[in-house]
Design a protein around this ligand. Structure first.
Ligand code: PTJ
Length: 264
């Protein structure tokens, strides 16, 4: 399939380039067909936060990085969408906070696992957990296919990052005592609600910021990192994010329709 070159002066270039990545990922078997739809849902929510990272997301990013840095056994779960959008930043971040990557798919197919593994190795990953040849265990309260996790990965983890995740799995991971961090543009999704820390932002903008904050926070002492985590209130952060969306829409509704500036 031919990849479309979006011209630099196209007003929706960033968004269209992201779509091209997801479409290419689907062609390569990295992204599930349902991942195309999940991306579209994300785009809609991104529009109503103004397609930019806000202060509430930065607060959640800092708490998330701190939680990972003080964790005993942190893990980052990787699915098709995440791998196709931010492979290099994922690998870099995983090294900075010492949290291995685990492939954990909602729509598992062996071909997809292979394609994602290759993409992660191409992006510089050295070790990747969650592959079919590794020892696995099951998490309770989930149906057969979706319950498998790596024994040394999510199985043993105290803190798990599950970006762009299905709500059932997030709830099941919470039920078995994991501390959950997510990145999800929908502040009303079950994953957003059930996670301990929810970063409501596009993963494409979030991951580079997580790398940036990890570089600074990894020099902090444990007590100060713990303070950042303890002071973070996910429920309050989610409520404020929904308020922010309302304010954004209200401002739009008061602008003359034809003069509404393009969202940058
Ligand atoms: O690769 P697999 O098989 O593990 O499947 C991955 C998907 C994403 C298909 C699977 O986990 C799924 O069905 O997820 P959901 O339930 O659709 O949830 C995905 C969430 O991610 C939704 O709330 C979207 O709004 C959100 N989302 C989509 N794109 C982005 C996003 N959040 C942040 N950044 C994005 N780029």
């Amino acid at each position: 399939m031919t990849k479309i070159e979006v011209p630099d002066d196209h007003p929706r270039k960033v968004s269209l380039d992201m779509r091209e990545k997801i479409i290419e990922g689907h062609t390569l078997d990295i992204v599930a067909t349902a991942g195309l739809l999940a991306h579209g849902r994300g785009e809609a929510f991104d529009y109503i936060i103004g397609e930019r990272t806000n202060e509430l997301a930065v607060k959640a990013i800092r708490a998330a990085v701190a939680a990972l840095l003080i964790a005993k056994h942190p893990i980052i779960s990787v699915n098709g969408n995440v791998c196709s959008l931010v492979p290099e930043d994922l690998v870099l971040f995983s090294e900075l906070v010492n949290a291995p990557l685990e492939i954990n798919l909602f729509y598992y197919r062996r071909e997809r696992e292979d394609a994602i593994l290759k993409a992660l190795y191409d992006a510089g990953a050295k070790d990747v957990l969650g592959t079919h040849d590794r020892p696995s265990e099951t998490i309770s309260k989930l149906s057969h296919n979706r319950r498998k996790v790596d024994i040394e990965g999510i199985g043993a983890a105290d803190v798990v990052v599950v970006p762009l995740e299905d709500g059932d799995r997030t709830q099941a991971l919470r039920a078995v005592g994991k501390y959950i961090i997510t990145i999800d543009l929908n502040p009303m999704s079950r994953t957003a609600i059930y996670s301990n820390i929810t970063i409501v932002d596009n993963i494409v903008r979030t991951m580079p910021l997580m790398v940036e904050h990890a570089r600074v926070l990894r020099t902090w002492n444990k007590e100060d990192l713990q303070k950042l985590v303890s002071e973070f209130d996910n429920e309050e952060n989610l409520r404020s994010t929904i308020q922010l969306m309302l304010k954004y829409l209200e401002a739009k509704s008061n602008e003359p329709i034809r003069n509404i500036p393009e969202v940058k």
